[in-house]
Design a protein around this ligand. Structure first.
Ligand code: ADP
Ligand code: ASP
Ligand code: MG
Length: 409
């Protein structure tokens, strides 16, 4: 007998934010099943549950153990999988919910941002044969020592892509609260345009630069295994955006999208003695503490000391400050300051490879809006500026307009 088609469907937090929405997801999953497919459903925690759990931990301590944070955060997804299973049962259809551990989503040991190393498929395959629908808790995995891990914020996308790869799924659909991938966050710019298609490379850059709609790591994995993703709305039947390898209609477009990232903070180690090896020491130490550093600038001062500034995700700020203060004493720097009121704005597009003048246009647009640029970084297909948080949304709107992204390409 021919194998049934396997569809992986992921529903984000806002898609299961309340009872009515959970029932809606149940209906959609059952519809897919009734079309003759097997369905593996990945769900995130209800609404803002993960944020609320983190806030709760912060009320107890400002430096929670990362193991315990994972223990805490992973509870969110366990609530949604069980409720969704009940909602599907209510429709008279079989389904079973499984945690990351029950599936066998094996990860490394890096708590709060673990990477998937392998996914067991035996249990899921067995349950699919029995029920046709298996609901898997997103965002979580298990180490070889049976410790619960989480896959970084937005990590349910990674769970879905990982399962699609491991199970050789025919389709991987990412359901969310917008109709697809837009030229920029449609909540900030009302005339942002939905893209029919986008290639992995641009999506990866947009996601890495803050387009919250997809977790960057999941795009990296989808690209590596060439798994097309369909990002679409959980509230409508409309076609969304296909993320895939090749996108023909993209020629001629220089800037594909604008992104805003408010989740980074800037840290400056002041008056670092101007000696070889100190930058290496700083970033090696941060790396060993599993702190991912994003942008870096170093200013040489006339006094023979340099200020080194860098950005990290805000969730890592307290940990980073601790490490940086320690370092500061060891290397005899003057002190450490931080600024959490910053935002990073980026323009992204593979067309930048063959077009010049994008940076100049970006800087001029920001200057016209009287927005001061604090840091700049570029890659082959993106330019990013760190600016004060207050002017960030104004900057996104101005750049979206300046690069003509509201117009059909
Ligand atoms: P989910 O809960 O489904 O995982 P997220 O909140 O993680 O959803 O991501 C969806 C949100 O991403 C949207 O509500 C939108 O505000 C935001 N977003 C940011 N940039 C973009 C973009 N370029 N295209 C679409 N959505 C975007
Ligand atoms: N619930 C997790 C988070 O908020 C995972 C996800 O939503 O993808 O980050
Ligand atoms: Mg998400």
């Amino acid at each position: 007998m021919a194998r049934k088609k396997l569809v992986v469907q992921k529903f984000g937090g806002s898609s299961v934010a309340n009872v009515e929405r959970i029932l809606n997801v149940a209906r959609r999953v059952v519809e897919t099943k009734k079309k003759g497919n097997n369905v593996v459903v990945v769900v995130s925690a209800l609404g803002d549950t993960t944020d609320e759990l983190i806030e709760l931990a912060a009320k107890i301590t400002d430096s929670p153990s990362e193991r315990e944070l994972d223990m805490l955060m992973s509870t969110g997804e366990q609530i949604s999988i069980s409720l969704l299973a009940m909602a599907i049962h209510k429709l008279g259809i079989g389904a079973i919910s499984l945690t990351g551990q029950q599936v066998g989503i094996a990860t490394d040991k890096v708590h709060t941002k673990a990477r998937i190393e392998k996914i067991e498929t035996k249990r899921i395959e067995k349950e699919l044969q029995k029920h046709g629908i298996v609901i898997v808790a997103g965002f979580q995995g298990i180490t070889p020592e049976n410790e619960i891990t989480t896959l970084g914020r937005g990590g349910s996308d990674m769970s879905a892509v990982g399962l699609a790869i491991a199970l050789k799924a025919d389709v991987c659909e990412i359901f969310t609260d917008v109709e697809g991938i837009y030229t920029t966050d449609p909540r900030i710019v009302k005339n942002a345009r939905k893209l029919k298609q986008i290639c992995y490379e641009e999506m990866l850059e947009m996601a890495s630069m803050g387009a919250q709609v997809m977790q960057a790591r999941s795009i990296e994995a989808a690209s590596k295994f060439n798994i097309p993703l369909h990002v679409r709305s959980s509230f409508s039947e409309k076609e969304g955006t296909i993320i895939s390898k090749e996108v023909k209609s993209m020629e001629g477009v220089v800037v594909r999208g604008v992104t805003l990232n408010k989740s980074e903070a800037k840290i400056t180690i002041c008056k670092v003695p101007n000696k070889p090896g100190l930058a290496a020491k700083i970033f090696e130490t941060l790396g060993k503490a599993n702190i991912n550093v994003d942008m870096i600038i170093q200013n040489i001062s006339e006094t023979g000391a340099t200020d080194i500034s860098f950005t990290v995700i805000k969730d890592d700020l307290n940990k980073t400050l601790k490490v940086a203060k320690d370092l500061c004493e060891k290397i005899k720097a003057a002190g450490v300051i931080s600024d959490a009121d910053v935002a990073k704005i980026s323009v992204v597009g593979i067309g930048m490879r063959s077009h010049s003048g994008v940076a100049a246009k970006m800087f001029k647009t920001l200057a016209d809006e009287k927005i001061n640029i604090e840091m700049i970084s570029t890659s082959e297909i993106k330019i990013s500026c760190v600016v004060g948080k207050a002017g960030a949304e104004k900057a996104v709107k101005a750049l979206h307009k300046a690069f003509g992204l509201h117009k059909a390409s």
